[in-house]
Design a protein around this ligand. Structure first.
Ligand SMILES: Nc1nc2c(c(=O)[nH]1)N[C@H]1C(S)=C(S)[C@@H](COP(=O)(O)OP(=O)(O)OC[C@H]3O[C@@H](n4cnc5c(=O)[nH]c(N)nc54)[C@H](O)[C@@H]3O)O[C@H]1N2
Ligand SMILES: Nc1nc2c(c(=O)[nH]1)N[C@H]1C(S)=C(S)[C@@H](COP(=O)(O)OP(=O)(O)OC[C@H]3O[C@@H](n4cnc5c(=O)[nH]c(N)nc54)[C@H](O)[C@@H]3O)O[C@H]1N2
Ligand code: SF4
Ligand SMILES: [Mo]
Length: 636
């Protein structure tokens, strides 16, 4: 195989965020000449953002890692792959022998999520080691959704999403999709999508402490005091019942625990919760009425709720509201998509992502087989059995993205082995013993990442394949190959299987020897592996996707009435609204309410002592004047 792609214009897709925008990339002499949005893309409709269009500049940066680097003291030196792999492997063997497999930990960052092979091979390495010490950036932003889905629907990967094409009312809580481009759902051009929803008469209501870009575009914005969403949801549910919005007939035999959760919410009247949320009771009642009377409605939330103190309880109540109002699994409500396989059923059957491990520190239950990043520093710093001694960081930067960098720095500096696999030597990498250079997305073939592929989280389902468009200009290797080689160097088999390891090594050898030019880095035949995945799941072949569907191939629409009573994986096969874990956790809400009330009063007193902020008052007046169509419902 000569240069990965001939000069010319190629169709691919961006792998920086969940929007996965289709791109048209012009390549000459193994360099990106230009990147444009793909206007013919079947789903992303010619949308893209500056990050995607300028990504070539980032990959060309002089700071880009070109070869493995090793730190001794505060000196960094270039080393060969052979040296890096054999030294890391030797250290892994020693630590695993001396302290057991759980002393070897991994942190999986956001970048790992945007390729298909990267997370699979990283997990294969950890399973091969026999280590359960997994951490992930998901604990910063979305573990609550996975933990709750497991309780309510039976598997963490069951994630209902709003049917944006058909709903009449969408309530967005703690998300700013116009900027973030949406999460837990691939929405092409979120700003335009919201605008179109409004144009066809749907109400879009944003609940956020800040007048965000999304709030500005919405039909209405309700300010909420930060960290009080759980109380907002509680009175939403209680008010929904009071207004006769619980569809008992539809729910019969389909959900369990209905009375328990309604009973829990009943005491939380809109007047009571307004004291902490600052969402006026009347505004909440009107909101519930809008939601209740719409032909299809959905509550959607994201990091603003997820990252709060009660992210799990908040999301649980949200899912309960969407269910008891009859909106779950309904056209215009929320849908449960299908990926290329029924991953939740597969996972449930094979024990994937449903382990019940407990962290050594704090006794926290794992979510998606990973522990909360918040205990990682203590797992490293606290002596004893299973103390973490080594950490692999794959496509992440936990030193600065997790809370308490100071303590993390102390912990990471104490590790006997810290390895990062990244495009750059980032802040975490600056403390590492070895940094290993990875290929960029455009240097790898790929399919749309795990969410669309396995969970079907796409507004408009489609499949697409891309070639690697560029050949690495240094010694960068793709992550699948790196993890396979780390397995070999550590004397273990991928996923604990000697056979899988030998087969992959044979593929690596054949591909590197016969299909790559002299001087190119060894690489697994990634396209072949991805093709295998397509074949097993009965999809169009990789080649036909590349040749006949360069702008993506549409898959079947998501259908309503396709989940409840059919694919729910709880023991009873019903949507479980009274999970004991969540019901028990809800007992702390009274205390949390009192604390929030105290904080709100304190802030009020502080504000009164200081007098009104002239700048704020002026800004509010200007906003009200400028947006007379959109009355300020409540000032924060
Ligand atoms: N202060 C603060 N903290 C936050 C957040 C915040 O907004 N503010 N957001 C939170 C959220 S939502 C999240 S998800 C986490 C994210 O937390 P992390 O995942 O720990 O951090 P990122 O900065 O996304 O790290 C991505 C890393 O992957 C590298 N990278 C990019 N592409 C590739 C690739 O193809 N291969 C490899 N191997 N590496 C690649 C990048 O160079 C970068 O170093 O942070 C959380 N923490
Ligand atoms: N441009 C850009 N896009 C990105 C990323 C990026 O770094 N840059 N990161 C990507 C990642 S990793 C993620 S996870 C997604 C996240 O995407 P979103 O979940 O949409 O996250 P944000 O855009 O941060 O929006 C969170 C909103 O919550 C509000 N908020 C804060 N606290 C509270 C609260 O207590 N209650 C309520 N109701 N609201 C609150 C904030 O004001 C903010 O408007 O974005 C992705 N997209
Ligand atoms: S919105 Fe996301 S996927 Fe689209 S071009 Fe920008 S970074 Fe890439
Ligand atoms: Mo995130």
């Amino acid at each position: 195989m000569t240069a990965i792609m001939a000069d010319g214009t190629h169709h691919s897709f961006c792998r920086i965020c969940e929007a996965l925008c289709g791109l048209e990339v012009k390549v000459e002499n193994n360099e990106i000449v230009s990147v444009h949005p793909d206007h013919e893309h079947v789903a992303t409709r010619g949308f893209s953002c500056p990050k995607g269009l300028k990504q070539g500049q980032m990959y060309k940066s002089p700071d880009r890692l070109k070869w493995p680097m090793k730190r001794t003291g505060d000196k960094w030196a270039r080393v060969s792959w052979d040296q890096a792999l054999s030294e890391i492997g030797a250290k892994v063997k020693q630590l695993r022998g001396d302290h057991g497999p759980d002393s070897l930990a991994m942190y999986v960052g956001t970048a790992a999520g945007f390729g298909v092979l990267h997370p699979v091979f990283a997990q294969g390495f950890m399973t091969g080691l026999g280590s359960k010490s997994m951490y992930a950036s998901a604990t910063q932003d979305c573990s609550n959704k996975f933990a709750v889905a497991r309780e309510v629907y039976g598997h963490p990967f069951t994630q209902p999403f709003p049917d944006l094409d058909n709903l009449e009312c969408l309530i967005i809580v703690g998300a700013n999709p116009v900027i973030s481009k949406w999460s837990f759902l691939q929405v092409p051009n979120p700003g335009r999508t919201l605008q179109e929803m409004k144009e066809r008469g749907a109400k879009v209501i944003v609940v956020d402490p800040r007048r965000t870009e999304t709030a500005k575009l919405a039909s209405q914005h309700l300010f909420i005091r930060p960290n009080t969403d759980v109380f907002f949801y509680l009175s939403f549910l209680s008010e929904l019942e009071r207004q006769g919005g619980v569809d008992r007939k539809k729910l019969e035999g389909k959900v369990e625990g209905l009375e328990a959760i309604l009973g829990l919410a009943r005491a939380w009247t809109p007047e009571k919760t307004a004291e902490v949320t600052h969402v006026p009771a009347e505004a909440l009642r009107t909101l519930v009425a809008t939601y209740r009377t719409a032909k299809g409605a959905a509550l959607y939330s994201s990091t603003g709720v997820n990252m709060g103190t009660n992210g799990s309880l908040g999301f649980w109540l949200q899912e309960a509201i969407n269910a008891v109002s009859g909106n779950l699994d309904k056209r215009g409500g929320t849908l449960v998509g299908r990926g290329v396989i029924d991953f939740p059923a597969f996972g449930k059957k094979n024990g994937v992502l449903v382990r019940n491990d407990r962290s050594r520190i704090g006794d926290f239950l794992s979510v998606n087989d990973a522990f909360p990043g918040g205990v990682l520093a203590d797992e490293i710093l606290t002596p004893g059995d299973k103390q973490v001694k080594a950490l692999f960081v794959t496509g992440g930067n936990p030193l600065i993205t997790m809370a308490n960098s100071g303590r993390l720095k102390k912990a990471f500096s104490q590790l006997e082995l810290l390895v990062t696999i990244d495009l750059f030597r980032n802040e975490t990498g600056s403390l590492a013993h070895y940094v290993l250079p990875a290929t960029t997305p455009l240097e790898r073939p790929d399919l749309p990442f795990i969410f669309p592929l396995m969970l079907g989280l796409q507004k408009k389902p489609y499949m697409q394949a891309t070639r690697a468009l560029l050949e690495p200009t240094g010694e960068q290797r793709d992550e699948a190959t790196i993890y396979l080689q780390l397995c070999k160097a550590s004397g273990i088999g991928l996923f604990g299987s000697g056979l899988a390891q030998k087969m992959m090594e044979a593929l690596l050898w054949v591909n590197s020897r016969f299909f790559r030019e002299k001087g190119q880095q060894p690489s697994l035949p990634q396209e072949l592996l991805l093709s295998g995945l397509l074949r097993i799941t009965g999809q169009a072949s990789y080649d036909s996707l590349l040749e006949q569907h360069p702008h993506g191939k549409l898959r079947e629409h998501h259908e309503p009435d396709d989940f409840v009573g059919k694919r729910v994986l709880t023991e009873s096969k019903k949507v479980k609204l009274d999970s004991p874990i969540l019901m028990t956790q809800a007992q702390k809400l009274d205390a949390d309410y009192e604390r929030e009330r105290g904080l709100a009063e304190e802030a009020e007193a502080h504000q009164q002592a200081r007098g009104p902020d002239p700048q704020l008052v002026d800004a509010q007046h200007r906003r009200v004047r400028a947006r007379s169509d959109q009355p300020l419902v409540h000032a924060p």
